[in-house]
Design a protein around this ligand. Structure first.
Ligand code: 13P
Ligand code: SF4
Length: 335
């Protein structure tokens, strides 16, 4: 199994009693502050359990756009909280740890995107939502893993099949979109260190140990290209391979046959909501070390402090937010 360097940096586990007390405190503080708590599927179980909504990037953006609460406590990484702040500029958005970043979002800067655009002046820019607000401000469309294919398909339908597209920053997601649509894109060579670390060898080894299991593969994974190749070569039945966003994996779990099993190629936090949704299905991690230390920086004590002290506020300068909003709203509309 591929060793991932970030897997050891998880916070020490809390006792059950501490969890119960902190969750009660968090709920009281959220009510007092008129806050909605949003949590990504990779968050720690005790954080997911105290949230009002748990979901994937697209689902959380939708919740952020439509909430009536005056404060959004965002349990996820910084670009997600920024996206919420752009969609709901009149609301206060808090993140329990401002250092919860994202290696994929770091893989392209606004300066790099501007230079890329200069090389392709006629191209439209589609950026994964895992980017900074400044990068979104230079983009025509954002997308998430659940609607990347749909976003590019819609652009081609509206602007013509030969439309030149710059797609970034995730190269594995870009390759997946290319294969689904049967045409090439200009693809940035960024990656998420957690998903890129789930290698073809992990799939081969886990498949050998669980020959009857289906595959749930997040398209950011380093194994996703080879899984598509296995399918194309007839080595794996296409029926058993599901390229899914984290929200798509939960939909799969909701309809899975009890007693069946599935190998899950994504960040390991996903196993908790999957097992909660389908306790009679066996979910097997493709790489048990695929843990995102940024996601795990959000803990219950930090969430309690955030709601108690009104920290850490995430805001985006108005000019950047205004420029980024259209690309995000286009993403939300194609859901
Ligand atoms: P989704 O929840 O949109 O599938 O994204 C996964 C991810 O890595 C978010 O950082
Ligand atoms: Fe970013 Fe990867 Fe962590 Fe998702 S799992 S937040 S893409 S570093």
């Amino acid at each position: 199994m591929h060793a991932l360097p970030m897997a050891t940096l998880v916070p020490p586990p809390l006792e059950d009693r501490e969890i119960r007390e902190l969750q009660a405190e968090v709920r009281e503080l959220a009510q007092a502050r008129d806050a909605v708590i949003l949590a990504h599927n990779y968050q720690l179980p005790e954080v997911q359990d105290v949230a009002d909504f748990v979901g994937d990037s697209l689902g959380l953006s939708l919740q952020a756009a439509r909430t009536q609460a005056s404060t959004i406590a965002f349990c996820g990484v910084h670009f997600m909280a920024e996206t919420a702040a752009i969609l709901s500029p009149a609301k206060t958005v808090l993140i329990p740890d401002p250092d919860a970043g994202c290696s994929l979002a770091e893989s392209i800067s606004a300066e790099q995107l501007a230079a890329w655009k200069e090389q392709h002046p006629d191209a439209l820019v589609v950026m994964y939502v895992n980017t900074s607000a400044e990068v979104k401000a230079l983009s025509d469309y954002c997308c998430t893993s659940s609607n990347a294919v749909g976003v590019v398909r819609q652009i081609l339908a509206e602007r013509g099949p030969d439309t030149e597209i710059l797609f970034g920053p995730d190269m594995f997601l870009g390759a997946y979109v290319e294969r689904q649509l049967g045409r090439s894109l200009h693809i940035w060579d960024g990656e998420c260190h957690v998903h890129a670390g789930i290698r073809p060898a992990d799939i081969t080894a886990t498949r050998a140990a669980h020959p009857d299991a289906e595959f749930l593969i997040h398209p950011e994974c380093g194994c996703s290209t080879s899984a598509m190749e296995y399918v194309a070569a007839g080595d794996i039945s296409p029926d058993g391979v599901h390229m899914l966003s984290t929200g798509g994996m939960l939909d799969y779990a909701a309809h899975a046959t009890p007693g069946s099993s599935a190998i899950v190629a994504t960040e390991v936090g996903m196993l908790y909501p999957l097992r909660k949704t389908a306790p009679k299905v066996e979910f097997i991690p493709a790489n048990a070390e695929a843990s995102c230390r940024f996601m795990k920086m959000i803990t219950l004590p930090k969430l309690r402090d955030a709601l108690r002290d009104g920290v850490y506020e995430v805001s985006v300068p108005a000019a950047t937010a205004d420029a980024a909003r259209l690309a995000i709203e286009r993403m939300v509309a194609i859901s």
